[in-house]
Ligand binder design. Sequence first.
Ligand SMILES: Cc1ncc(COP(=O)(O)O)c(C=O)c1O
Length: 394
Amino acid sequence: MKISKRFANVGDSSTLKITALAKSMKNKGTDVAILAAGEPDFDTPNEIKESAIKAIKDGFTGYTPVRGVPELLELICEKFKNDNNIEYKNENIIVSTGAKQSIYNVLQALCDEESEVIILAPFWVSYLEMIKMTGATPVIVDTSLDNFKLNAKRIEEKITSRTRMIIINSPNNPTGVVYTEKELREFSDVVVKHGIYCISDEIYEKIIYSPHKHYSIASFNPQIKDLTFTVNGLSKTYAMTGWRIGFLGGEKRLVEKTLMVQTHSTSCTSSISQKAAIAALKTSPEVAGRMISEFGKRREFVIDYMKNVENVNFIEPMGAFYLFMDFRKIIDENKSRFENSESVCTKLLEEYNVAVIPGGAFGAEGWLRISYAASLDEIKKGLSRIHDFVKRYT
Ligand SMILES: Cc1ncc(COP(=O)(O)O)c(C=O)c1O
């Protein structure tokens, strides 16, 4: 087999792998509690589905402009203005097949083999692999030294003449941490000082718990705005993971180049999904709000439950729908049984029938991530099995 050098070191997505394995166990009749996927368990709201059905019936089924239909671009500009205090025009926007493609397009357009791209560990699994796919070198900053927060000084220490870009993600997957305005302003000053680009992945923007607030760095000043790609999408907020709608806003000339990647690889995202996206962005805030308040209740439950589980510390999520748990003590005390967080997850899945994601995949060995984007029953079942495991091995 001959594969490209760029792909030789690209790994799988352990999130998707474990979820697929857990689902296949479930299909075969095993009662698995799946707390693995980063996917809302809700159905897409009806008015959004109806608008897609109408698009099909109306024959809105051809190619659209690559960057997206004008009505959707205008709604995205409005969203950026109203929610994020960023002024973009249609020419600053690209709609893609998920936020994942938005991020990939930018990396492809802007990175060379000599480039370094800084990511903050723990990181969303795909950042690392996407950077490798461009041929660039990932440079990792360990945020565990700073309570998983954004430390501008520590990031600045990693900047070299080869640094092309930095990716940040708040609210964060997998930690649930939300960066404060002060942290983000200090960070953006460093980005501007060194003239590097930034991807701000804001996909969990709306899933945030009081008193925490979301800030978009592109709103701070014109300099950081021109260096930043603000990435967002509808997957998480509107339970639309399968519709594949993500988007970005950025400086016009950089966005033109980024658009070329999409033009020559996938063209527009689905015309039908774009109609659904228009409907989603027009829904009243209560539609997403209902789902978000449900995540809030589950979060309370998960935090209360885990506070009673001895020997496992965790980060109280400020946003998103994940709980990141520290299993280092258990792994340390059971070295002969568990080599790392992946072997803990394998044990949890195969013997305790609960699917969670190993922290190693996020660059945080010894930690485990659960997703509480699952029904309360599933969460209760899963947590009690994790508790049984912890009792057994401490
Ligand atoms: C941090 C982060 N960014 C981006 C995405 C991609 O979302 P999508 O491609 O579905 O829009 C995800 C999905 O899990 C994510 O967790």
